[in-house]
Design a protein around this ligand. Structure first.
Ligand code: PEP
Length: 250
């Protein structure tokens, strides 16, 4: 049984104080018997303060990015040991904004994933096609390349600890969500690709979450699909009310 996983990606939003208020409010509203995994990914500047607030709550901490090297002369970068030290359990890797604005390649993303795993955290590997790629029928080949590149050399143990986020680039921050059946067919494809790299058992247990303009009204039909195990939520995770409604979807 795959436990639903809902992660909020705040991107470059919220000051430390705003992040603290959000974390306090969400923690107070979440029911104690929640049967879902919940994480928030604040900006680096707020990780420490949020970590202190969510310490004894069901909310887990995620980072939005990481460098692949453990330390050294990489001005402006943050390493996996630093994220572990601050209390992160998950790290988002290969978000489409990092791929397109910061030139992250599958090879580099793979190195970051290895650093995350070596430090005992779980990577959330983001994959997804652009609108142009979808229109030219390259969705499956693009996703296949990103999956194989990202998971290269992780072994069964590493792959089984990874969460994959299917995020069609055309649906991120655009208000345009993939139809549940469109997302489902890519999720199914991803599970089959993971099965080829591991086993049916590992693939069946792997969590594949959807991201792209998820909101309180579209979460339920998405979650009703067989291979959709949760959501990576951008814009709607900035509001406590919206994020809570998404977490509490029926
Ligand atoms: C994201 O950034 O991962 C994302 C899915 O953003 P949004 O929900 O705003 O489309």
């Amino acid at each position: 049984m795959r436990r639903p996983f809902i992660c909020g990606n705040w991107k470059m939003n919220k000051t430390v104080r705003e992040s603290e208020i959000f974390a306090q409010q969400l923690a107070a509203l979440l029911p104690p018997s929640l049967q879902r995994d919940v994480a928030i990914a604040p900006p680096f500047t707020a990780l420490h303060s949020v970590a202190l607030i969510i310490r004894n709550t069901p909310i887990r901490l995620a980072a939005q990015n990481v460098h692949d090297r453990p330390k050294g002369a990489f001005t402006g970068e943050i390493s996996a040991p630093m994220l572990l030290d601050i209390g992160c359990q998950y790290v988002i890797v290969g978000h489409s904004e990092r791929r397109s604005y910061f030139g992250e390649t599958d090879e580099w993303i793979n190195k970051k994933i290895k650093a995350v795993l070596e430090n005992g955290m779980q990577p959330i590997l983001c994959v997804g096609e652009t609108l142009e790629e979808r229109e030219e029928n390259f969705t499956f080949s693009v996703v296949e390349r990103q999956i194989k590149g990202g998971l290269q050399g992780l072994g069964i143990d590493g792959i089984s600890k990874t969460i994959i986020a299917y995020e069609p680039v055309w649906a991120i921050g655009t208000g345009k969500t993939a139809e549940p059946f469109q997302a489902q067919e890519v999720h199914r494809f991803i599970r089959k690709e993971v099965e080829k790299l591991t086993s049916q058992e590992v693939a069946n247990e792997l969590r594949i979450i959807y991201g792209g303009s998820v909101n309180p009204s579209n979460i339920s039909p998405l979650m009703a699909e067989e291979d959709i195990d949760g959501a990576l939520v951008g814009g709607a995770s900035l509001s406590v009310d919206d994020f809570l409604s998404i977490i509490m979807y029926k």
